[in-house]
Design a protein around this ligand. Structure first.
Ligand SMILES: [Zn+2]
Length: 260
């Protein structure tokens, strides 16, 4: 009997240091708070790919399979144009928020980042704004990558409309937007709302349809914290489920750059 027991002990004898080192190598860390991740769920998405999404305690939901900018092409634009009443939906955003924004800032230089369809720029132009837009999708305004392009001018309003989730480093993008605004300038953000994902479930969270387009969803707490660190003052925040907008189950944020 003692011999058998000794063999069994040898069978489970493992190199603990190696196991720990292997686990550390495989560990996934949150791109925002850097903590190691435990909780995840898998989604079989519209590209027929099984994607593992991690849920960080800091409020970030993300995957690690990488973005594919090649998906942002003419077909992507066509898909949006096919959306029922897309133009009035985009214009609804202008009519809802820009009365308030006009009172926050005296300037009128507006930059739309990742606009896909230039409805917002055209709508604001009619209201007296000087508008331009940047998008990696070929367009008549500025075809370039907001994350890397070096802008030579400053703006009074910058709109990050559903782009933070498609940018490699969303924190760097927020910091960059802060630096590109005039004093008292306004940053407008729309972003998927992971809090609603937890409340409604992935099925109701349409933003998961293609993992190549989006890789990180930041909670309200995370965006507010980063914006505050950048030097933004919150003027408005809402979790949006209103389908008169082009997107829903997202959150809308309006920040003002503090001049001090
Ligand atoms: Zn985190």
């Amino acid at each position: 009997m003692p011999e058998v027991a000794e063999k069994e002990i040898k069978k489970v004898d493992v190199d603990v240091n190696k196991v720990m080192a292997d686990a550390a190598q495989k560990a996934v860390h949150c791109p925002i708070c850097k903590n190691e991740q435990v909780f995840n769920h898998k989604i079989h998405d519209s590209t027929d790919t099984m994607v593992t999404w991690y849920h960080c305690g800091c409020g970030t939901v993300f995957h690690t399979q990488g973005l594919d900018k090649a998906v942002f092409d003419a077909d992507y634009v066509a898909k949006w144009f096919k959306m029922k009443e897309i133009e009035p939906r985009l214009d609804y955003f202008v009519r809802t928020y820009f009365g308030q924004i006009s009172h926050l800032t005296y300037g009128r230089k507006f930059l739309d980042v990742g606009f896909t369809i230039p409805v917002m720029m055209e709508s604001l132009k009619k209201k007296g704004w000087i508008t331009t837009g940047v998008d990696i999708i070929p367009n008549d305004y500025m075809t370039d990558d907001f994350a890397t392009f070096e802008f030579q001018e400053k703006f009074d309003v910058i709109h990050l409309g559903h782009v933070l989730e498609s940018i490699g480093d969303p924190i760097a993008a927020l910091k960059k937007a802060f630096g590109m605004l005039n004093d008292m300038g306004v940053l407008v953000i729309t972003h998927p709302c992971p809090e609603l994902l937890f409340e409604l479930g992935p099925r109701a969270f349409g933003h998961f349809t293609d993992y190549r387009e989006r890789h990180v969803f930041l909670s309200g707490a995370v965006i507010k914290n980063i914006a505050s660190q950048c030097g933004f003052e919150e003027k408005y925040y809402v979790r949006n489920q209103d389908r008169k907008f082009a997107m829903w189950n997202d959150a809308h944020y309006i920040y003002q750059k503090r001049p001090y």
